[in-house]
Design a protein around this ligand. Structure first.
Ligand code: DGJ
Length: 723
């Protein structure tokens, strides 16, 4: 232990001395270098961001090379000086001056663990007492860097922040191609690409809560060429902010690109008191020289190991009742569903919306939000008999809440109208008949925290929460913030984090699903507090193939919930095979399935549980894109390359279409693998040519196997096992 400490301190000192000596700050992972340089003028510049340089000594060239120094890529440029493009920092000082110029003061390098270093660089303005700390956390093996900034000051009065980027990254290349992810309710993460030209491309959201409904908080950037799955240099970035965010991509007059991830400054000038720290959102990025496939795997590994709540832990398969019963249920119906869950073999029954509200019963989405007492007409004995019923059936019990929201038709609204974000002097605008509670108000934060805490205290048997959020902020006005309205978007999001932090602290092992009318919340800050999220209300399996393809670019299957429902009229096998690609659940009446369908589902659950270490923790390879063909194929490979799963889907193939064998990836070429089709309907035999055969990993990856058919909405799942 002592020896380790000495080695650690020596490393730290050496790193610091090296850096100070050379006026170079090198932030590295196993395959990326971000090189910053302190200019002779005392300002901090980015010299390089790209694949890691092999020769230490090459780094000195950055100090001497005039072309590179001429780029003047200031690491965190302030507004109002000689940089005429998007700044990282914008401050109106207490005297009204709008210029800020930061100079390098010091740096620290901390070894967080054997894989992670954190570099903190302190910058200050010589004219105004402003300090910015740039944080870069580098995860060596996963090749991920997380960066954020802390802004503070010692001016006599408060200052106003109007730009507060997490970080700033620069590239120099003749071409840049951006892939963005956008959509709407039940239509999330559509991937579209475009070449960036001179000027700005902005991806942003102004929805407040349910903030990622129209655009998701991540992007892919092809440096020099369009983004592809397995080739070329790409940057993949995502912002950890469960509120309004903004990515600015700006190509300047000489063709340099700057990438500016930030909390969206829209309607959000932020007053900062002397001595207080404004922490920006975290920006997480990875570079890959082998396309986005590798970038995804790097992010998945990082997320499971470092970011997601219980990221390496097990996940609960479940039966949910929303798509089956909607609001129409009672104790008897639910106890029957609990029996169905037991029969199916899943780990948990999840009770969805509609279980609460008495004076304003939650029998539809027009009333009840805010009144979190069980509805006596539906559940005269509360939820205790359901938890007992689940326990007796050997399964767990989970429950839906939407605690940040309020229906005007609720006891809570009658008691505390001032807790809702709304404007009493304007016509109200309701999104799904509800308003958003003002999470900037500490009393509201307590109230929201207590919804979970009271339920857990009264019913320690609750194993899972589905935390929904169905409305954006409308008619924005906080009675609590009074004349500081421009802080509401930010303080609201921070208030939500305060509550989540308290819940995580008290219930560190509680599994929680993040949901916002489908995938309206899907960011890595929220996932510090949630074990998984609900990507979309669209569970039509064909649509889901696209949605899962899109989210898989950033998130591992471990956090993507996928339920078998009655959306789409395809076979139960197709629907289940699509959901098997992520965290499997069901939201369907099991008793209305035929006996064969029920047997199939039971077997699928068993297969999923047996294979979940590979499905949820393995490496993902996207083999055939539904965007480019009439099919899709994806693979999960276990970390030891002993086992893999191949998912093959025929969507809408053309008549007479010629079918191309699928080349596998990620296997060990020197191993032999046996192929076995699983998830077959009872008494059905596999028609796969490769069924039961053995091939070398080399053959499977170079020649491939025939897995597609010309049948519409047809699927196959193959278990591939090393002998
Ligand atoms: C929206 C969610 O996405 C659904 O899964 C369901 O929980 C409903 N809300 C309930 O109101």
């Amino acid at each position: 232990m002592k020896k380790q400490l000495i080695i650690f301190l020596l490393c730290l000192i050496t790193l610091q001395l090296q850096a100070l000596d050379r006026r170079i700050i090198r932030i590295s992972t196993a395959s990326t270098d971000l090189i910053l340089q302190i200019g002779t003028n005392g300002r901090l510049y980015q010299s390089y961001l790209g694949p890691r340089l092999i020769n230490e000594t090459d780094i000195n060239h950055f100090l001497n090379d005039e072309t590179i120094s001429a780029c003047k890529w200031e690491a965190y440029p302030g507004s109002g000086m000689e940089d005429y493009f998007e700044p990282a920092l914008g401050i109106t000082h207490s005297d009204g001056n709008m210029t800020t110029l930061l100079k390098y003061i010091s740096q620290e390098i901390h070894l967080i663990d054997s894989n992670t270093t954190e570099t903190i660089i302190v910058l200050q303005d010589e004219v105004y007492p402003i300090e910015v700390k740039l944080h870069y956390m580098a995860f060596a093996k996963e090749n991920v860097i997380k960066s954020w900034s802390e802004i503070s000051h010692q001016e006599k009065k408060s200052i106003t922040l109007f730009r507060y980027a997490s970080t700033m990254l620069y590239f120099q290349n003749p071409h840049y191609f951006l892939t963005e992810f956008s959509g709407d309710w039940a239509n999330e993460v559509n991937m579209t690409s475009q070449e960036l030209q001179f000027g700005k491309k902005i991806l942003d959201t102004k929805l407040g809560s349910r903030s990622a409904m129209h655009t998701q908080p991540f992007f892919q950037l092809g440096i020099g060429h369009p983004v592809t799955e397995n080739e070329g240099l790409v940057l993949v970035g995502t912002i950890g902010w469960t509120g309004n965010f903004r990515f600015t991509f700006e190509v300047d007059n000489i063709g340099n690109l700057r990438v500016v991830p930030s909390i969206n400054p829209y309607a959000s000038h932020y007053e900062l008191l002397p001595g207080k720290i404004f922490k920006t959102s975290e920006f997480i990025f990875t570079l890959s020289e082998n396309g986005v496939g590798r970038a995804s795997r790097q992010l998945h590994d990082w997320a499971r190991r470092y970011q997601v709540k219980n990221g390496l832990g097990e996940r609960l398969t479940l039966l949910n009742n929303w798509e089956n019963t909607g609001f129409n249920f009672d104790e008897k119906i639910l106890l029957n569903l609990i029996k169905e869950a037991q029969h199916l073999g899943v780990d948990m029954f999840l009770l969805d919306d509609g279980w609460f509200g008495n004076n304003y019963p939650r029998n539809n989405d027009r009333a009840g939000l805010g009144d979190w007492e069980p509805m006596t007409s539906k559940l005269p004995n509360g939820i205790a008999p359901l938890i007992d019923g689940a326990e007796k059936s050997g399964i767990k019990f989970g429950i839906w809440i939407e605690p940040e929201m309020i229906n005007p038709k609720s006891d809570l609204f009658k008691k505390h109208p001032e807790w809702a974000i709304h404007q009493s002097n304007r016509e109200p605008y309701y999104y799904r008949n509800q308003l958003v509670l003002d999470m900037s108000n500490p009393k509201v934060q307590d109230y929201v925290y207590n919804i979970v805490d009271h339920l857990m205290t009264r019913h320690p048997g609750i194993a899972f929460f589905k935390w929904d959020c169905n409305s954006p902020i409308t008619n924005i006005y906080s009675p609590y913030l009074k004349n500081k309205q421009s802080q509401l978007y930010i303080d609201h999001a921070r208030g939500v984090y305060t509550v989540w932090e308290r819940i995580k602290e008290k219930y560190p092992d509680l599994s929680m699903m993040l949901c916002a009318g489908g995938g309206g919340r899907c960011d890595y800050e929220a996932l510090k507090y949630f074990t998984e999220f609900w990507p979309s209300d669209d569970t039509d399996p064909v649509e889901r193939i696209f949605i899962q393809w899109g989210f898989s670019q950033i998130f591992p299957s471990q956090v993507l919930c996928a339920h078998v429902t009655s959306w789409g009229k395809q076979s139960i096998k197709f629907r289940t095979d699509v959901a098997m690609m992520c965290k499997l659940g069901f939201d369907i009446s099991i008793s209305s399935l035929t006996p064969d369908e029920q047997t199939f589902c039971q077997e699928a659950v068993k297969n999923f549980k047996r294979l979940s270490p590979i499905i949820l923790q393995g490496d993902l390879y996207r083999l055939v894109s539904p965007y480019k063909t009439n099919h899709a194929a994806v693979m999960h490979v276990g970390k030891d390359q002993q086992q893999a799963i191949l998912y093959a889907y025929d969507l809408y193939p053309r008549f007479g279409e010629s079918l191309i064998p699928v080349k596998l990836q990620g296997l060990d070429p020197t191993k032999n693998y046996k192929i076995e089709e699983i998830n077959l309907m009872p008494r059905r035999r596999s028609s796969l040519k490769a069924q039961g055969k053995t091939y070398s990993g080399d053959y499977l990856m170079k020649v491939g196997i025939e897995v597609f058919t010309t049948n519409k909405t047809h699927s196959r799942i193959l278990e591939i096992t090393a002998l």
